[in-house]
Design a protein around this ligand. Structure first.
Ligand code: CAP
Ligand code: MG
Length: 412
């Protein structure tokens, strides 16, 4: 029985006929052996030579280790290993991010990046609106979008949620959203909430202010598209989905449903389970690329070191870049900076991110001493100051809502 070598370092490979993955590997094995173990496990091999593997199958479908640099291993998987139909993200993940994480011989392995050939990219339609489309809806061409997450996360009635949204919009916010744990609980049924919020948004519109609120439709696979359609019929101007708990296929199903005509806000709750460890798991970069392929219009990317959530500044930057770069082949996606944001962190955060972002604060709005409307004003003033290049403390001299926020939380 023959055993085959998965090592192809130094050989020419057709990059447009392979899915190319970069893994960070920690192991006591020689790294070549570890790399081969991954390529084998994720393509044509297993832990031992097998009688059923012949030259032809191995050559056509075997993963190829094409680079090793320090602890980074690059593996190219032939495009033929992947499903022919559109909708193959679950199967793509079972190859590029599958059994390899459990291999005993590896102390740690982290999928850092993935590049898809155009034959696979073409199967995915990408965002329907993207960052540019969202800006058009909100008539806000240049400044960062400024949003809130209704707080408390859970417990408010539809009426109280709608009045929070109205107050936030009156204070100038362009966006608001349900929190990730709110979908359709008894205290806040989704139909009543969506209708009540739609009234708030209509009232704001009559008063000359455009705002969207993302209704969280994260639910079972067989219900999610119908729930999103229903939410839209009840007046939702944006829908939200938790990509990790619902799956990439859910984002794609929503984006490709011809009846859904509103943008999709993508939350990433649970991502910390595999993004937080720098040596094991999956980085946000591949997650971002997959969400963009599947059609998310906005995605949480972290706060570039400014907020409450753990995350590497480089990781957040990579994700930001992958949302916005114009060479991706699909519309761009609005990067959402959220998690412990308050007015005093905005200048620094925007310096790191640029202006093409959606800045979001839950506690940083609802925790303002003057209430939600003033909290929203404080956030908007901080964004205006950053946009104009004026120091926040200086700007606060003529803007009492910002001043109150800086007095409470300080500047980071
Ligand atoms: C922010 C948030 C978001 C986090 C998720 C929260 O609220 O609603 O879920 O931004 O962060 O509940 O924490 P606050 P990440 O503004 O009150 O912090 O995308 O980094 O996982
Ligand atoms: Mg939240």
């Amino acid at each position: 029985m023959r055993t085959y070598s998965y090592m192809h370092i130094g050989e020419e490979i057709d990059r447009d006929a392979h899915v190319i993955c970069k893994y960070r590997v920690t192991t006591d094995l020689p790294i070549e052996k570890a790399a081969e173990a991954i390529a084998a496990e994720q393509s044509t091999g297993t832990w031992t030579g097998i009688s059923t593997l012949d030259e032809d199958v191995f050559t056509r479908y075997g993963g190829k280790v094409i680079g090793i640099k320090g602890d980074i291993v690059t593996i190219a998987f032939p495009e033929e290993d992947f499903c022919i139909e559109n909708g193959g993200i679950p199967q793509i993940l079972s190859i590029i991010a599958g059994n390899l994480f459990g291999l005993e011989a590896l102390h740690g392995v982290r999928l850092e990046d993935v590049e898809f050939p155009s034959s696979i990219m073409r199967k995915y339609k990408g965002p329907n609106f993207g960052a540019d489309g969202l800006r058009k809806i909100l008539d806000r061409p240049d400044k960062p979008l400024v949003g809130t997450i209704v707080k408390p996360k859970i417990g408010l009635s539809p009426k109280d949620t709608a009045s929070y949204v109205y107050e936030a919009g009156s204070g100038g916010l362009t966006n608001s959203k349900d929190d990730e744990t709110l979908v359709d609980q008894r205290f806040c049924p989704i139909e009543d909430r969506t209708k009540a919020i739609a009234e708030s948004l209509d009232k704001l519109k009559e008063e000359g202010h455009r705002m969207v609120h993302a209704i969280n439709v994260s639910t079972n696979g067989e219900r999610i598209v119908q729930l999103a359609e229903d939410a839209q019929s009840w007046g939702a101007k944006q829908i939200m989905v938790d990509v990790i708990t619902c799956g990439f296929a859910a984002v794609q199903a929503l984006a490709e449903d011809p009846k859904i005509k509103v943008p999709i806000h993508v939350h990433r709750t649970m991502h910390g389970a595999f993004t937080k460890d720098p040596l094991h798991g999956i980085a946000m970069l591949p997650i971002t690329k997959l969400v963009r392929m599947c059609g998310g219009d906005a995605l949480h990317i972290g706060t570039l070191g400014a907020g409450k959530m753990a995350g590497s500044v480089k990781g957040d930057h990579d994700s930001l870049e992958a949302c916005l770069n114009r060479s991706f082949g699909h519309k761009n996606m609005m990067p959402v900076c959220s998690g412990g944001v308050y007015p005093g962190v905005i200048a620094g955060m925007v310096r790191a991110s640029g202006f093409n972002v959606q800045i979001q604060a839950g506690g940083g709005v609802a925790g303002h001493p003057g209430g939600v409307r003033k909290g929203a004003m404080g956030m908007c003033q901080a964004v205006d100051a950053a946009f104009k290049g004026i120091d926040a403390e200086e700007y606060a001299k003529d803007h009492p809502e910002l001043k109150a926020a800086l007095d409470k939380w300080g500047i980071k």
